[in-house]
Design a protein around this ligand. Sequence first.
Ligand code: AQP
Length: 328
Amino acid sequence: MSKKRIFSGVQPSGDVHIGNYLGAIKNWVDLQDEFESIFCIVDLHAITVSQDPEELRRKTLEVAKVYLAAGIDPKKSTIYVQSQVSEHAELAWILNTITGMSELEKMTQFKDKSQKDGLESARVGLFDYPVLMAADILLYDTEVVPVGEDQMQHIELARTLARRFNKRFGDTFVVPKGHLKKETMRVMGLDDPAKKMSKSATSEMNYISLLDSPEIVEKKIKRAVTDSGSDITYSDDRPAIQNLINIYSSFSGKSPEEIVAEYEGKGFGEFKKGLTETVLEFIIPFQEKYSSLKDEEVIELLLENAKKVSSIAKNKMDEVKNKVGFLQ
Ligand code: AQP
């Protein structure tokens, strides 16, 4: 029996942080044996907010190297760059014609991101982001999409559009399912546990980048906000320490209960020291692997893989164009 297919991606914008890793990339690594896996660097999504062209090129390569250094095995999984497969944009256009304005107006990510600089300066591309994401997923007959919780609303739209298209034009798309890892579906900001850890956060103290030096990691954890009281407990009414315990737990494999027991009677200082060591146990070898990757080899791999997935994407687009009624 052939394996089910998974698809997911990260935008080459800002610094890839431990929220992206724990919420998404780590799950991909765990799932790549069980599924046929396609992981994209979604640069078309990244330009929905302003970009510097040189920076975008550099970040695109950086994200590819992050995937590889984090454990995505290029023999098992296909990693490629979205803009190198033109069918993503082509399918997004067709899906635009079956998507309601009101469906996109409801999207939390658009509301949050457009609020940052004011609705007046938000671009149509940002508004349309979820439709492009639906195209990414549907193009490959994806069955499972492993993401963080912030993307679940977009996956719901992809499911709706797949069903709508199938109903109107006949069975064409697989209806995908989102896949969340409960404990890390929402890693919160170190400076504010009420908001998710985010690449575009105004303060660098919000996140730990996978490429932060050990000294910076230590400093950021030291400065991370904590709740009132001084003991280490795990509960919803202590969101800051709960978030730090979740991070500790995901990197160490220990349960929150084990961590709480380990730090019973000890204060935040000792806990943060343990957390720093645990995060660095991952980050240091990760960065060694990252530095050993050669740019030219990664660029070549990405180009080869784009050709490989293009044939899947092209077949699907031929089917879509035929069903929609384009002369072929
Ligand atoms: N804080 C988070 N906790 C868990 N998962 C997260 N993800 C993002 N932030 C968290 C997941 O990471 C994957 C890639 O995200 P993205 O690059 O597509 O952009 P995003 O979701 O918009 O992430 P950021 O870091 O918050 O970037 P900006 O600031 O640009 O919006 C996705 O699977 C996402 O769910």
